[in-house]
Design a protein around this ligand. Structure first.
Ligand code: IMP
Ligand code: MG
Length: 187
């Protein structure tokens, strides 16, 4: 795909590595929940491609649900306050829930969402994040399944966007401005 004017894309994680890692995580989930059903809860919109691929690597009875969260304000950095924009369609009480997110950055979003879901008394709650920028954490949070730990770059592709573009890239890429200036984590 061609980069937008003024932007450059550099492949960070190629599609083959992503597919291999997603397969491993799927296998791990299949083993951990053997004989049980799972509910995959995707965080819109970034997690939808990861969820679609991951779900097909899980050999269990699986259902899908989705929620959407956003941070308050228009600042490029997470303001530290999250609100729910779209709630789940169904109850998660007594169910094995796997919250699926594209990227774990400051940890603000997943801290909020994990707390929200835990209050609803699932039987089990696990968090799967395709990417983890550990260095950016402002609130401690550890996902149960992490695809890749990455350095502090702004990345797109495989569901992740920059201004709603590039979600359909097959590889995870770093976006750079042509001026060479490093992009800050834009929400
Ligand atoms: P957190 O609350 O700071 O952990 O932010 C998580 C959310 O920020 C993710 O769900 C993404 O929507 C967004 N985000 C953080 N880093 C990136 C990135 O490098 N590329 C695209 N979106 C990102
Ligand atoms: Mg997201």
């Amino acid at each position: 795909m061609k980069a937008h004017r003024g932007e450059r894309l550099k492949v960070l994680i190629p599609r083959t590595r992503i597919a291999r890692r997603v397969r491993e995580i799927g296998r791990q989930i299949t083993q951990e929940f053997r004989g049980e059903a799972v509910l995959l809860v995707g965080v819109l919109k970034g997690a939808c491609i990861f969820l679609a691929d991951l779900s097909r690597e899980i050999a269990l009875d699986a259902s899908f649900d989705f929620l959407s969260a956003g941070s308050y304000g228009h600042a490029a950095e997470t303001s530290g306050q999250v609100r729910l924009l779209k709630d789940l369609d169904s109850s998660i009480e007594g169910r094995n829930v796997i919250l699926v997110e594209d990227i774990l950055d400051t940890g603000v979003t997943l801290n909020y969402l994990a707390r929200l879901l835990r209050e609803r008394h699932p039987r089990a709650l696990r968090v799967a994040a395709l990417l983890d920028k550990t260095d950016r954490r402002t609130q401690p949070f550890e996902a149960d399944y992490v695809g890749f730990r990455i350095p502090n770059h702004f990345v797109v592709g495989y569901g992740l966007d920059y201004a709603e573009r590039y979600r359909n890239l097959r590889d995870v890429c770093v976006v750079q401005l042509d001026s060479g200036r490093k992009k800050r984590g834009k929400k």
